[in-house]
Design a binder for this molecule. Sequence first.
Ligand code: MRU
Length: 346
Amino acid sequence: MPQELRAVGWTGNSLALIDQTLLPHRNETRDVRDVDTLVDAIQRLVVRGAPAIGAAGAYGVALALLQGEREGWTEDQVRAAVARIREARPTAVNLMVCVDRVMTRFEEGLEAVLEEAAAVQREDVDGNRAMGAHGADWLLKRVAGTVGDRPLRVLTHCNTGALATAGWGTALGVIRELHARGRLEVVYADETRPLLQGSRLTAWELVQEGIPHYVQADGAAAGTILRGEVDAAIVGADRIAANGDTANKVGTVGVALACADAGIPFLVAAPTTTVDLATATGDDIHIELRGEDEVLEWSGVRTAPAGSRGHNPAFDVTPGRLVTGLVTERGVLEVSAGELPVDRLK
Ligand code: MRU
């Protein structure tokens, strides 16, 4: 069993982040000691995935306190630095939730802040393990009804593994659990344009775990599903609105539509902290619009003609009615009467 990956670690006085922009070719850890570097790391996706940026943000409060001490900041300056971390990316609610949670201990000082950040990290790993078991139980009960005893073929989009979380993974955690139970045949990992979180990161994690998989172009997903080559799809989430609408990596909604048409389950796996009851519907979720070059270039080389503009939303919204079930650390919440009743979770 390979050693469990830790995308986010606390060294005692700095943050250790696996640089996810370099994987799979280089596995290097960045030592982050100041707020500007952390904000930049979150924005450039050195650290990415909703729960992982939540954990990085949680420790970011400690970084701001330490930097403030070194550089003689006022309390207001420390709070302003924390606010910049909180706003580094807009879509994943986990970043805001985790920073706010740690800030409830701010007045108690560094030790309390670190204790809370460690709790965020620990609870995320525990929650992911629970999610893995609930999701695997659900799939084996529901899908095994149609496929019998044969192992399952599962499609996933983007990266939701140990790299995207504090450890183990959400949707990829369910997939790992199926594999551990000997009930997984193969994973179809969508490559995830434009930054290739699927082909660079999910595939890398699957290789480490010895899990059989195909990397496929995002555009192949609907056809693979409609040809009957997939038993279920499972993805993560960045924010789930009060009506069940789910923001996740761009391309997710196409997977959900194909699953609905094929009549196979489309599951979302996310901790209950990803549910944001203060956001009424998917229309109210702020979808991050990233730089045009990410779609106009390939590996730093311009591929689109001069004069083309790039449209680069990092996420899309899947209507709650298309989500067959939401796998959380507490169990699986199923869509009923065309709605995902997420208000039951809080
Ligand atoms: O832009 P990214 O790589 O941060 O996007 C990540 C996703 O969309 C994940 O599916 C989501 O954050 C859940 S990670 C457990």
